[in-house]
Write a protein that binds this ligand. Structure first.
Ligand code: 5GP
Ligand code: ZN
Length: 114
């Protein structure tokens, strides 16, 4: 694991986080600077920088976890909807170079735009 990767340090337990879901290959935890209550990040435990570098089976595990968690995250904060997104690469706004999906609960007053 790259020692300077924040998300690898979260996987290793060296940086505290609030776990939403965990299995052998995937970790989901609350975003430290949430765009909305319940904002959750889903990552593979293995370090891959972006989707383009991520093996299909690992990406599949992440997406399967996203699929399972979306209703749970929405339900936890009573949100009627959510935005699910990957910022895939620096120019797309990816600040942490360890592939991750955002699940951001959305509410009627948000106005429906990202
Ligand atoms: P990106 O811009 O790379 O798509 O999103 C990175 C996300 O990681 C941001 O929403 C940011 O708030 C979150 N984040 C950055 N550092 C930490 C951290 O140390 N702990 C947690 N829980 N979230 C973090
Ligand atoms: Zn990493």
């Amino acid at each position: 694991m790259p020692e300077d990767c924040i998300f690898c340090q979260i996987v290793a337990g060296d940086i505290p986080s609030r776990t939403v879901y965990e299995d052998d290959s995937v970790l989901a935890f609350l975003d430290a600077n949430p765009l909305a209550p319940g904002h959750t990040l889903v990552i593979p435990k293995a370090h891959h920088e972006r989707l383009n570098d991520t093996p299909a089976d690992v990406a599949g595990e992440v997406l399967s976890t996203v699929h399972e968690l979306v209703p749970a995250v929405e339900g936890a904060v009573d949100a009627p909807a959510s935005t699910v997104a990957f910022n895939n690469g620096e120019e797309a706004g990816q600040e942490v170079p360890h592939v991750h999906a955002h699940i951001v609960p959305r509410f009627a007053e948000d106005g429906g735009r990202p």
